[in-house]
Design a protein around this ligand. Structure first.
Ligand code: F6P
Length: 363
């Protein structure tokens, strides 16, 4: 008997503005253009393991373009190949991938669209090798996925961080203070670099360029001598001193990547205040950068990526991630995306441009 084609959508890892715009694009195109049925998997791989799936109708995905978060829910700890369970008061990891794959089969899913970062896409790659037809969509505010020039969510995070820096500028100026703004980005400095430049940060600290506290203090003092009695420091949560390491906020035992970064701003604050004598304050933007409505650019990118993901499924180009190369949509093998974070090259033109206008990178 003829059965309609059926695809499923899953959103893994941390949320990012624009996920719902991707869900909308994938589901609307699948339904409208191809008559494909769409299933939503709840809470990322958690829902695939525990069979929490539901049919998505056109009305479910209509009106969600501008919504933050994900209507499907997400999970940062569920990995079918390394699933954390508590046994005898201890966390142990089990391979429950067969259970997840059985659910894919039972739902009659012809292809799974995995929207996520390198962790989610790495799992998608393994599922593909185990016989599940998969297509990936690169999502993260960190912009650190290999194989694509840009991820959706990044532009929104940069916009939020830039607005925060703008607001901190005026209060820093009034009180002649040093304001440190700590932004997310995990082990990559993309958000700090872009928001730092957009917000006119005087000092930008990214993980890719280890800093020296002496160089940062010297810049603050130089500005002071020139009559600029305030300074703005934009620091990536993953920034580290020369010869030192990043600051860990907490360890999430059940997570495949258990390290949560955060707190480098406060470390810098104490050190800078002592050396410069200038009053210094720190603001950690944290999850604000992941919340709320996506920017226009992210809505457009998310729609393009979602639409292209359906093309890949229809053309049977499976095991691929939709990607952006030289501004155009393309596809790259999932294993490229799974190959670890894409960090900022030290020779990035934006670093050179910022240096040329006197911005310090603390090196
Ligand atoms: O990957 C997105 C991200 O927001 C990183 O920038 C940050 O390091 C991490 O997730 C925070 O994780 P959590 O939501 O578990 O605190």
């Amino acid at each position: 008997m003829y059965r309609k084609k059926r695809i499923a959508i899953l959103t893994g890892g941390g949320d990012a503005p624009g996920i719902n715009a991707v869900i909308r694009a994938v589901a609307k195109k699948a339904i409208l253009e191809y008559g494909i049925e769409v299933i939503g998997v709840e809470d990322g791989y958690e829902g695939l393991i525990h069979n929490r799936c539901r049919k998505l109708h056109y009305d479910d995905v209509s009106g969600i373009l501008t919504l933050g978060g994900t209507i499907l829910g997400a999970s940062k700890t569920s990995n079918p190949y390394r699933y954390a369970v508590t046994a005898g008061g201890r966390v142990v990891f089990e391979d429950v991938s067969r259970k997840a794959i059985r659910n894919v089969r039972e739902w009659g899913i012809d292809a799974l669209v995995c929207i996520g970062g390198d962790g989610t896409l790495g799992i998608a790659h393994r599922l593909m090798k185990d016989g599940v037809a998969v297509v990936g969509v690169p999502k993260t505010i960190d912009n650190d996925i290999r194989g694509t020039e840009v991820t959706f969510g990044f532009d929104s995070a940069v916009a939020i961080a830039t607005e925060a820096i703008d607001r901190l500028h005026s209060t820093a100026q009034s009180h002649h203070r040093v304001m440190i703004v700590e932004v997310m980005g995990h082990r990559a400095g993309w958000i700090a670099l872009y928001a730092g430049v957009a917000g006119g940060g005087d000092i930008i600290l990214i993980p890719e360029i280890p800093y020296g506290i002496g160089a940062i203090a010297a810049k603050v003092k130089e500005r002071h001598r020139k009559g600029r009695r305030f300074s703005i420091v934009v620091v990536a949560e993953g920034a580290k001193p020369k010869g030192g390491d990043f600051v860990i906020k907490k360890m999430v035992e059940k997570s495949a990547d258990p390290v949560r970064l955060g707190g480098v701003g406060f470390v810098l604050q104490d050190q800078l205040e002592k050396i410069t004598g200038s009053e210094t304050r720190t603001v950690v933007l944290g999850h604000l950068q992941r919340g709320g409505s996506p920017t226009a650019a992210d809505r457009v990118l998310a729609t393009r990526l979602g639409s292209k993901a359906v093309d890949l499924i229809v053309d049977r180009k499976l095991g691929q991630m939709v990607a952006v190369k030289e501004g155009r949509l393309t596809a790259v093998p999932l294993e490229v995306a799974a190959g670890g974070p894409r960090t900022v090259p030290r020779g990035h033109p934006l670093i050179a441009a910022a240096r040329s206008i006197g911005t310090s990178f603390g090196d």
